[in-house]
Write a new protein. Sequence first.
Length: 157
Amino acid sequence: MDYLGDLVFVFDFILKCRYQGYFDDGHLVMDPKSIFKHFLAQGYWKTHLFSIIPWDLIALTTTMSSSNYNPLQTWSLLRLSKCVRFVEIPTIMNQVENSVLKMRIHVPKNLLRVLKLMAAILTTAHWLGGAFFIIANVYSKELGYETNWLRSQQETR
């Protein structure tokens, strides 16, 4: 299932560098060569390319065995390279706001600010919760504890 998402990223990369037109001096540019040059000039191609490289599969071909770390956790951390694409969020949000304004839909600016703030808070809380989970698992093994509150809750399920 994870690799289906990778295929979506590859498909998105191909679509953006071939078919995502742009406006130049008020004229819509749809020439594939011009679109590709514009895509390269924007600089987002680096994050797109970095996010579609299968780092986890590359790591599986090398030895990653360590007594302190769970190989599955390390493998899942390598999948975080997909999050590099969060760099594009401000640009996407600006495009959405401009599209809404062009459609003459009135959305209060304070509502947009609150929604952006809530999305940032929820994303940050999610990432910090995951980081805390990983740190607790790693350090409980290093300190010599056979079980911790994380494992005891997992065993009761």
